[in-house]
Design a protein. Structure first.
Length: 555
């Protein structure tokens, strides 16, 4: 969102600045030219513009803006995480420097201490060149959401140190590259130092941050701050620019969006049993991110001969790994092919999938693997399985990278003798495509390597299923601010927590009372926190509609 003000305190009505975007940082560059960088979540997911830093320009002091363009960072070392959480600054020579979060390698399980602040330099605001070395790091915590400005001949740096009351990291530099660390900026639980600096005049530096209201604090040297002033804006991640005419232009993360229908990436709620599934667009197809878990659990009885423990009785049925219902929540059900297809063996048929969805086809699996960068050595074996596995799944040469967010787990299978096998070692998925009169195609991923197998087998074995959306998704439209805030329940909690509203693209960081990051990732609802000591914890939630921190009590 964007809004105007005469004093930087009282702002006019916000309007949309950029759809599907967050973490903005804007500066005045040359004359009436303004530059704004931000994280862009342009649909469809998993394309070159999804979750990437983009830039917009205004050549008339903020009245109109260009269309967004993804930035290009050349020289980024191989293996480094793509830039995120950008902030932009003007060098004394007129060039632009982008500061951003990244890491040497992907942090396992979410944000860890390997995430630091890096920089790149540009002459046009689109093409940047990586500058070697980290600008700021911390040995114990991830460093995200940096803010940097040049004020009175000194570069000032800030980044949230954890929960709002933990304050902010502070460092300064003479050249903008080598920073000296200083004492933390102090704060409280109402003022989150996630935002940006603004030098309003030669003797005044402001920092605009997040909280119940967007606020600013004032300093004359970047070290000592005089106190908080609330603005009239509600939102998060603010950046404010003062134009040549003396007006204040704020750009910030505003209210969420509502959809006129289902949009891939939404949480799918199965109307038959209320079960929830994440969804993700991969190439041209919209996939469920979890294995199907619909039907009544039936026991698998081991036998010396191949057999089925399911029947065409009009009741949807599923197996649970090791006949343990607790495994259904993580792994979903295991299905014999005929039962999965609801005894209607049509390719692309609904089977036991939710209404409007169907059992994935062989062609859809081929497209999935191609989009993920996989390749085939023959029609029945290939490589690229790691890109389909959740991070932390698999080991050694089979460690998952979840490149396209398919997030496969090694759920194992039920063989024709009624015996369960392969938990933690392999995952096998049926397709709705028949290879002949008795067999159907299925795909196998292995925990120990990157192999993908495309094989055929008969119906009495029990495999997992991923469903695919039948038709195109609808668009989205803006609505007035709803005032919805993120909450967690139960609170106090003992083992697991749930988040409302649920947001599948949110990033969560769990911080203890000492400010240590004890867990981070995108799926807090699936985490088991039963081993945590009793006491206070802070859950930092970053999503497209803002940044929130929740106080949690562990019983």
């Amino acid at each position: 969102m964007t809004a105007w003000s005469k004093d930087g305190i009282t702002f006019g009505p916000p309007v949309i600045f950029q759809d599907s975007a967050g973490v903005p940082s804007a500066i005045r560059w040359k004359g009436d030219t303004l530059v704004c960088v931000f994280q862009w979540f342009r649909q469809p997911m998993n394309t070159t513009t999804w979750d990437r830093v983009a830039v917009k320009f205004s050549f008339d002091a903020g009245s109109t803006w260009t269309a967004p363009a993804p930035i290009i960072v050349s020289g980024l070392p191989v293996g480094y995480q793509r830039p995120f959480d950008p902030t932009i600054a003007v060098l004394p020579n007129g060039r632009l420097r982008l500061y951003y979060s990244s890491s040497d390698g992907m942090p396992p399980g979410g944000l860890t201490s390997i995430v630091n602040t890096y920089s790149a330099i540009s002459s046009d605001g689109v093409h940047f060149v990586f500058e070697p070395g980290a600008r700021f790091d911390d040995a114990n915590r991830a460093v995200i959401d940096p803010a940097v400005t040049f004020f009175k001949g000194i570069w000032q740096y800030a980044a949230p140190a954890g929960a709002p009351q933990d304050g902010a990291f502070h460092a300064s530099s003479g050249d903008g590259l080598e920073f000296t660390r200083h004492a933390l900026y102090p704060s409280d639980n109402q003022h989150n130092w996630t935002g940006n600096f603004l030098a309003t005049e030669a003797e005044e530096l402001r920092f605009y941050g997040s909280g119940n209201r967007i606020w600013f604090n004032t300093s004359s040297d970047g070290f000592t701050w005089l106190g908080y002033t609330n603005t009239t804006l509600t939102g998060g991640d603010p950046t404010v620019v003062k134009t040549p005419a003396g007006m204040f232009l704020a750009i910030f993360v505003g209210h969420p969006y509502t959809r006129s229908g289902f949009l891939c990436g939404d949480t799918l709620i199965d109307p038959r049993d209320g079960r929830r599934y994440g969804t993700v667009r991969i190439g041209s197809d919209c996939w469920m991110k979890q294995n199907l878990n619909f039907g009544t659990m039936v026991p698998s009885v081991p036998s010396a001969t191949p057999h089925s423990d399911m029947s065409d009785n009009g009741r949807p049925e599923k197996y649970a790994m090791h006949n343990n219902a607790a495994n259904l929540e993580s792994f979903g059900g295991l299905y014999e092919w005929n039962e999965l297809m609801n005894y209607s063996p049509a390719e692309g048929g609904q089977g036991l999938c939710p209404p409007g969805w169907h059992v994935s086809t062989d062609a859809e699996w081929q497209r999935l693997i191609a989009v993920a960068g996989g390749s085939w050595t023959d029609p029945f074996a290939g490589h690229g399985g790691n890109a389909l596995k959740r991070i932390g799944e698999g080991f050694g040469r089979g460690a998952g990278t979840d490149l396209v967010r398919f997030s496969a787990l090694h759920a194992g299978d039920r063989d024709a003798l009624g015996i369960f096998n392969g938990e933690g070692l392999r995952s096998i998925f049926w397709t709705s495509t028949r290879a002949n009169n008795t067999d159907a195609y299925h795909y196998t991923l292995w925990a120990e390597n990157d192999t993908i197998q495309r094989l055929v087998l008969g119906s009495s074995t029990g495999f997992s299923c991923r469903c695919v959306l039948n038709g195109p998704t609808s668009g989205m439209k803006a609505i007035p601010p709803t005032g919805i805030r993120v909450s967690a329940y139960p609170n106090p909690f003992s083992r697991t927590i749930a988040i409302a509203p649920d947001d599948d693209v949110a990033q969560y960081i769990m911080i203890d009372a000492a400010g240590r990051v004890i867990w981070s990732g995108r799926h807090v609802q699936t985490q088991d926190f039963s081993t945590l000591s009793a006491g206070k914890y802070f859950l930092h939630v970053r999503s497209m509609d803002g940044t929130h921190t929740i106080l949690l009590i562990k019983e």
